[in-house]
Design a protein around this ligand. Sequence first.
Ligand code: NAD
Length: 273
Amino acid sequence: MTDLTLRSTQKLLDGRAFPIFGLGVWQSRGGDEVNAVRWALEAGYRHIDTAAIYKNEEGVGRAIRESGVPREEIWLTTKLWTNDIRKGQARQGLEKSLERLGLDYVDLYLLHWPVEGRLAAWDEFEKMRGEGLCRSIGVSNFMVEHLEELIAHGGTPTVNQIELHPHLQQRDVVAFCQAKGIVVEGWSPLIQGKFKEHSLFEEIGQSVGKTAAQVVLRWAVQKQFVTIPKSTNQNRIQENADVFDFEITAADMARIDALETGERFADPYNITF
Ligand code: NAD
């Protein structure tokens, strides 16, 4: 476990190497996203997670293009929004994202939510991957029944990006994905800042010389979840990535596991957007 680094990867079913740690940029706007991506790349991150609906692809693409880091060293994920899935506009969705990003491919293209039209969108994803517009394809917020449906349709999602943090551990989805070789990526790993409600993280942090945020992120890393914390603050961007030089004991991992509440920020069975 201690041999993991910020540049470690997990192998996807399509053979590609997916960096286990990245920067999330939901709600990073108005230039903040440009700085955040630049600072993250300077701090050694090589994985950025955006989406069409975040309305910051222009800034994210600009920061990547101006970073001086070779494009092939950066893993960029974006996602197709629900209205485009419903309307059968997967191709238009990716073409528009690429135009905003100013890039000619993305590393990972995800179906953002399992809404109606998802199987047709998936078929288009496969074609676009064949054309090199996206190099890997996957899903987000898919529960076991959605994954079973897609697999029965002949699809091979490489990644499932789901809400995943100590309050919501989704053990059924995680176990299903791991059994099928689908890499699990967790969103809102810092519980959108709510980790501060628990003194446990502070306490464990003090015992290993780390901050509470670093303990929460390390928990995800040790669970083998690909993790993408969001921050637009340079110090925090550096702090969040500094989780590869310590280990949480099995006993403390179990204490964090016990924080499960089942509370969700968003429900894949009741998509209202
Ligand atoms: P998060 O759990 O990463 O929390 C981010 C918040 O935590 C910040 O706004 C800040 O307030 C706080 N924070 C960050 N670093 C900190 C530190 N070191 N110390 C103290 N506080 C700190 O929340 P998120 O943005 O919801 O999730 C991360 C990423 O996951 C998103 O940016 C996005 O890329 C992705 N995401 C995907 C979906 C999806 O449906 N696929 C949904 C939500 C988020």
